[in-house]
Design a protein around this ligand. Structure first.
Ligand code: PMV
Length: 309
């Protein structure tokens, strides 16, 4: 038997803009998805045959790509709530690829992160390498078109180049609030793409998100938390302009406002989750619950992918 696990993540700045090659920043969290692999009579995923309804398309895509010899039984366990924008799909892709990698072809973090990105692309149609790189490496990952300090690796796709950089994690409290609405990432990304092609103000918003991401990461690294909070608020307004907001997200943001330095949607939007930077995490969590959301306590994590067996 072999296995691997990968953390979840949340995006602090730059979701959606990153698909257009702009800067974005994500942080790994201490919730993890674990995949174990064992020899079997037929290929199974959590007791169901390959291709059965309800199977993770990310795990199945990994199996399709790796083409393991013989049949395998895969089991997944997770403390990352699925569909909440906390990176369960990226963690599923990375943990599965690492667990299936018996020959060590994906031993290097960059090879594994690239392979995971290809899996996300195949399943979603469009994606950025931010999530898969963050859950592979852990800590904070800044992606940008330029090469900056702390450079880890680059990912290319056609004309686009994403440079991935390590950033240390701050001593700060974040609380995530899940709306209970799971919106698929692929269609939201496609919708933003169509709007950007038609509307100059959407293209301007994408540009501004890229700029505020770099300012936000600098503020975070230097512990200027009020500035981080303000930039989170601005980022949320711009995401709403892109069309990925939701009234449930705004209800959670209103509820958490008295206890937060700043808050925004995190991930693809259209539902999903908010993330708040707060000095009063318990009160922020209570406010999220009182407004009908599910508070998800998260701690930042240095650890990325872990292999066992
Ligand atoms: O739904 P999530 O948390 O995987 O976030 C998607 C983030 C996007 O920028 C919208 C897409 C991407 O692949 O970066």
């Amino acid at each position: 038997m072999s296995g691997a696990s990968a953390p979840g993540k949340f995006i602090l700045f730059g979701e959606h803009a990153v698909v257009f090659g702009k800067p974005a920043f994500a942080l790994a969290i201490d919730r993890r998805l674990t995949v174990t692999v064992a020899e079997a009579e037929r290929t199974e995923l959590n007791g169901k045959p390959f291709g059965a309804a309800g199977n993770s398309p990310y795990v199945e895509e990994c199996l399709r790509r790796v083409e393991p010899q013989g049949h395998l039984r895969l089991e997944t366990r997770s403390t990352i709530p699925a569909g909440s924008g906390l990176g369960s799909s990226a963690a599923a892709a990375i943990a599965t690829l690492a667990a299936l990698d018996r020959q060590g072809r994906l031993r290097e973090e960059d090879d594994l992160a690239r392979a995971g990105f290809e899996v996300e692309l195949a399943v979603q149609g469009r994606a950025s390498p931010l999530d898969t790189s963050t859950v592979t490496h852990g800590s904070g990952i800044l992606v940008s078109p330029e090469r900056l300090s702390g450079h880890l690796w680059e990912v290319r796709r056609g004309e686009k180049v994403w440079n991935l950089h390590h950033r240390s994690i701050p001593e700060a409290d974040f609380v995530v609030g899940f709306t209970g609405i799971s919106a698929a990432t692929g269609p939201l990304v496609a919708m933003v793409h169509e709007r950007a092609a038609r509307e100059p103000k959407v293209r301007e918003a994408i540009e501004e998100i890229g700029e505020l991401t770099l300012a936000g990461v600098d503020a975070l690294q230097h512990e200027r938390f009020e500035e981080v909070g303000e930039l989170m608020e601005r980022n949320h307004a711009l995401l709403t302009l892109l069309g990925v907001g939701h009234e449930r997200l705004d209800a959670l943001l209103r509820a958490v406002k008295p206890y937060a330095l700043g808050a925004k949607l995190t991930g693809a939007g259209g539902g999903g989750s908010i993330v708040a930077l707060t000095e009063k995490p318990d009160k922020a969590a209570e406010a999220i619950r009182a407004a009908g959301g599910t508070p998800i306590p998260v701690r930042l994590s240095r650890e990325g992918v872990r292999r066992h067996g």
